[in-house]
Design a protein around this ligand. Structure first.
Ligand code: FAD
Ligand code: NAP
Length: 424
């Protein structure tokens, strides 16, 4: 497959820490998660060669290595499938983590996507002088490669790095501290006093899992949270919201969702779960804060199986002091404190991406930047949003590619010139 994208490979320096320089005949895609795979598959259908760079040793590393055992997709499968390949019919409405990984493995195989694994992109810069992107990647062995390409697709995800907040005294806490991305299951926590920090979908599901393993966790809710039932009358809440949004304004859909949540749950404020003043969908679109789709944590909270506590004042060696003055003795802390994009750490560009690693423009215009830069999977619309981005990106590149390949002789000659230009 490699000859499809690699037309030349030059050592530009003799020592082992230096960069090799490789021309990529087609786009470089950074990240082999669902977004990277989706855009690669769409490019394959457009007949455009590509190169996928992935820092991990496998595809979909978030799903394979940084998620817990009990995880299931929280949206029905038709909203999570990638372009041009539905989930197998025998998969349940909400596929498990393992099924999703299996689906992604088959997807990569069917669309002949073979990423270069263990290659972490450390820098990508547009070279104005020649109108090409220079993408530097570092292998786990410490070797560097500079890829040179016409198009660059950022597909490193909204959840590339864990957020580990600085909390007073946490470094001196004597028990176990884990981020939710390292949490696999409640096995091993039996009989322990565990604090889960954060009440997003991760915090709620980790607390539920601990509870199911006989642990009585405390869960920190420092501000407010929207909890919605995953289903209403047997229909996915997400699906209902999507249908309503076709006819009704967002504010009205938010009001309807909140009324329905109230009918199902009653008031949740008395359990320490204050609702934000902004509606759940508006908050998601404006601030990227995902509502919790409840799969059982709320019932455990109501039954007293999960102890909701307010914000943290400071940790001590053996426990935590909360903002209300209450002190808890602890054996372990799980930080379900979220994730962030890592784009600013490697992409040297400030027109399209903000400092927070998300595109400056909202959907539907968050997939195309300047000078051949594209983004897939940053629309805050989950897997469905990633699929939409991937289709548009591949069509856009495909159109240019087809025009350019008609002039293929010229391109090959230009290629030779480019490569000699990059020799150092
Ligand atoms: C616990 C959890 C559950 C979720 N459940 C759902 C769900 O049910 N439905 C839904 O729609 N969304 C869900 N999400 C959101 C999730 O982000 C998407 O489902 C999906 O993983 C996004 O795909 P992605 O390819 O954009 O990002 P990722 O899956 O994060 O993939 C990005 C890839 O880029 C690689 N990478 C990062 N930086 C570099 C670099 N510098 N160089 C090379 N490679 C790099 C990473 O190793 C990774 O493999 C969930 C998220 C989490 C954390
Ligand atoms: N089943 C599923 O499909 C599933 C499961 C898990 C996650 N996900 C997805 O994965 C993404 C990330 O979810 P997430 O739950 O990991 O992250 P998240 O939604 O960003 O939630 C982070 C939580 O941590 C809290 N927090 C952060 N710093 C804190 C501090 N110093 N003290 C106390 N609390 C603190 C936040 O509180 P504030 O709100 O006050 O900032 C928030 O409650 C979301 O898109 C989510 O939908 C999906």
């Amino acid at each position: 497959m490699e000859h499809l994208f690699k037309t030349s490979d030059h050592d530009t320096n003799a020592d082992s820490t230096s960069c090799r320089c490789i021309w990529v005949n087609g786009p470089v895609i950074v990240g082999a998660g669902p977004s990277g795979l989706a855009v690669a598959a769409c490019l394959r259908q457009q007949g455009v060669p590509f190169l996928v760079l992935e820092r991990a040793p496998c595809i979909a590393s978030l799903w394979q290595n940084r998620t817990y055992d009990r995880l299931k997709l929280h949206l029905p499968k038709q909203f999570c499938q990638l372009p041009n390949m539905p989930f197998p019919q025998h998969f349940p409405e909400y596929p498990t983590r393992k099924q999703f990984i299996q689906y992604l493995e088959s997807y990569a195989q069917i669309f002949e996507i073979s990423p270069r694994f263990n290659e972490s992109v450390v820098s990508a810069k547009y070279d104005e002088t020649c109108g090409l992107w220079r993408v530097k990647a570092c292998s786990s062995a410490g070797n560097g490669v500079e890829y040179i390409c016409r198009w660059l697709v950022a597909a490193t995800g909204e959840n590339a790095e864990c957020v580990v907040p600085e909390i007073d005294g946490l470094a001196g806490f004597g028990g176990q501290v884990k981020h939710a991305c390292e949490y696999k299951s409640g096995r091993g926590f039996e009989g322990k006093r565990v604090l889960v920090v954060g009440c997003g979908n991760s915090g709620m599901e980790v607390s539920l899992d601990l509870c199911n393993h006989g642990v009585f966790p405390s869960m920190v809710v420092r501000s407010s949270v929207h909890v919605l039932p995953r289903e209403l009358n047997g229909r996915s809440t997400f699906e209902l919201a999507c249908r309503m949004l076709k006819w009704l304004p967002l504010w009205l859909v938010d009001k309807i969702l909140l009324i329905m949540a109230w009918i199902v749950f009653g008031s949740v404020e008395k359990y320490g779960l204050r609702r934000p003043s902004t509606g759940p969908l508006e908050l998601k679109y404006k601030a990227g804060k995902t509502p919790v789709l409840d799969i059982g944590a709320l019932a455990k909270i109501k039954a007293g199986g999960i102890n909701v506590v307010p914000g943290i004042k400071k940790f001590s060696r053996h426990g935590v002091e909360l903002v209300n003055g209450e002190c808890l003795s602890l054996d372990a802390v799980i930080l379900a404190t979220g994730y962030r994009s890592n784009v600013p750490s490697w992409l040297h560009e400030s027109d399209f991406f903000c400092k927070n690693g998300f595109p400056k423009t909202a959907q539907p215009n968050c997939w195309k930047g300047q000078s051949g830069l594209y983004a897939v999977g940053f629309s805050r619309k989950g897997l469905a949003g990633a699929s939409m981005d991937a289709t548009k990106v591949a069509q856009d590149i495909g159109e240019v590619w087809r025009k350019e390949t008609r002039r293929s002789c010229k391109t090959t000659a230009a290629l030779g010139r480019c490569i000699s230009q990059f020799r150092r």
